[in-house]
Design a protein around this ligand. Structure first.
Ligand SMILES: NC(=O)c1ccc[n+]([C@@H]2O[C@H](COP(=O)([O-])OP(=O)(O)OC[C@H]3O[C@@H](n4cnc5c(N)ncnc54)[C@H](OP(=O)(O)O)[C@@H]3O)[C@@H](O)[C@H]2O)c1
Length: 297
């Protein structure tokens, strides 16, 4: 067993499950904090200790989660606002609560999940609140590493799997025209997070993460059709045409399929240079095509 305990937030999510798996493979002692601890059965079976807490509500957080904790991996984030789960509360207030408690507990290091496109003057609320969270962490006295991944893919992701379902069900596939993406494999993201716990070269640094290639959404969909060996008619849609339906969706539906904030993000390029990351973390990103062949082929 490695020395020190790693506390993970957001561990039941798509990325969290992969990071916890990697931590356990690397023989770390892991504890997780969940809003709904009954959802933690699978984690408990793997030897993970479960604590209760909604990170947006400081009094609800079981403070013993932070007791004798060496490292924090903070992953909680949302892509759409639902009820009280607003970007401000989850990304900023939630991070502030975790940073403050980690600081009080004197953890050795805090590793933070942000997102590519996060910047001071970001147009989307998703990115501007991620920026506020990053800034709060940078101004704290904690030793930290921040990661900003592009879209993350894996066998049970949301993004790629939504398009796979559409391709399988429909002869037509809508393609919103937008910027370039650089999808990165969830296993590569997990590798970087876990490495950064003990790699002091990563202290105080912010790393952008992307895959080995940049694609438009249309190129990604064509790649999926190639791997699935099917032909579909693509319907290109200018993003401006999607603003009225997105406005309607988010004002009428509790869980809208598309929001204005997502449209703003889709319009932007979401790409980065991976040279430094590949050197520091000694890996080459798994190509999207190879991964799709592995789990779709
Ligand atoms: N997926 C991507 O392509 C991508 C790309 C770049 C960055 N990211 C970032 O990576 C992180 C994880 O993404 P993901 O795709 O794994 O998201 P996800 O599947 O939606 O998982 C989110 C996790 O956060 C937990 N959570 C949400 N609100 C919480 C709260 N108030 N208190 C405690 N836990 C809460 C969820 O648990 P519940 O079951 O309680 O809801 C879940 O475990 C996010 O910060 C996201 O912004 C993701």
């Amino acid at each position: 067993m490695k020395e020190g305990i790693v506390g993970v937030t957001g561990s039941t999510g798509f990325v969290g499950r992969s990071i916890v798996k990697k931590l356990l493979e690397d023989r770390w002692k892991v504890r997780c904090i969940l809003r709904k601890p009954d959802g933690g059965e699978a984690l408990k079976k793997q030897g993970v200790d479960i604590y209760k807490g909604d990170i947006t509500n400081k009094p609800s957080i079981d403070k013993s989660f932070f007791q004798d904790l060496s490292y924090v991996i903070h992953l909680v984030g949302i892509i759409k606002e639902v009820d009280t789960q607003t970007f401000e509360r989850v990304h900023f207030q939630g991070t502030k609560n975790v940073v403050d408690l980690a600081k009080e507990a004197g953890v050795k290091k805090y590793v933070h999940m942000s997102a590519l496109g996060t910047r001071k003057d970001a147009k989307s609320k998703y990115h501007s609140t991620k920026w506020k969270a990053e800034e709060y962490l940078r101004k704290s006295s904690l030793t930290y590493t921040i990661f900003r991944p592009s879209i993350i893919f894996g066998p049970d992701d949301e993004f790629i799997n939504t398009f796979i379902r559409i391709i399988k069900l429909s002869p037509f596939v809508p393609v919103i025209k937008g910027g370039k993406l650089q999808p990165i494999y969830v296993g590569d993201v997990s590798h970087c997070f876990v490495q950064s716990l003990t790699n002091t070269k990563t202290d105080g640094k912010t790393f952008e993460l992307g895959g080995n290639k940049q694609y438009t959404l249309e190129e990604i969909i064509k790649l999926m059709m190639k791997v699935l060996n099917v032909k579909r008619i693509l319907i290109p849609i200018p993003s401006l045409l999607m603003y009225p339906p997105a406005f309607l969706f988010q004002n009428v539906l509790r869980n809208p399929p598309l929001t204005l904030d997502q449209l703003i993000m889709l319009e932007e390029d979401n790409v980065c240079d991976m040279k430094e990351v590949e050197d520091v973390f000694s890996f080459s990103p798994l190509p999207l095509e190879d991964a799709l062949k592995q789990y779709l082929g």
